[in-house]
Design a protein. Structure first.
Length: 171
């Protein structure tokens, strides 16, 4: 008897999200960093950082940036247009990303949501994530369980998520 077995799938990237660390993958404590994100489809961007000690935090958008935002689409990425974080509007208000300790290897994850999402209530991690593949698998599994309220009736609906991850080194 033969059984059809589906090969395990990796995290989805149907929107073709691409993340770039500016100025590059090696950063110095106290230095400034920004991020460039492009996608083939529109979506709402969140950036999640996992530092060298395994602490996970959403660095874009933040509650502070959302409070200062003039519209609901401050994290909307348009197809084929590079989205820079921090945004020019945030930079004009003096917002910047300054690299902080701990030194070591870290990762940044771009998460693009098909539906409007701005803040993720990230789970507490019970173990240290082991590199980029483990981090991406963990976040992909976690987001697949999330449901997003629709704008009309408030029903909770599944969502499509796309991911890209980049490793970087803090010196």
């Amino acid at each position: 008897m033969l059984w059809r077995v589906q090969a395990p799938r990796g995290p989805a990237n149907a929107a073709g999200v691409s993340l770039e660390i500016l100025p590059g993958p090696t950063v110095n404590i106290g230095g400034k960093v920004s991020f460039g994100v492009t996608a083939r489809r529109p979506g709402y961007l969140m950036l999640v950082d996992v530092d060298a000690e395994g602490r996970m935090s959403q660095i874009f958008p933040t509650a502070e940036l959302l409070a200062q935002s003039v519209g609901p689409d401050m994290n909307l990425v348009k197809p084929g247009v590079q989205f820079i974080v921090p945004t020019p509007a945030a930079q004009q208000r003096g917002f910047e990303y300054v690299v902080a300790p701990p030194a070591g290897s870290a990762v940044i994850v771009a998460i693009l949501s098909e539906r409007r999402v701005q803040l993720l209530d990230l789970p507490d991690i019970q173990r240290k994530l082991q590199g980029p593949a483990d981090t991406l698998s963990y976040l992909s599994d976690w987001t697949s369980q999330l449901r997003i309220p629709d704008s009309g009736g408030g029903r909770l609906l599944p969502n499509n998520w796309s991911f890209d991850i980049k490793s970087y080194s803090i010196k």
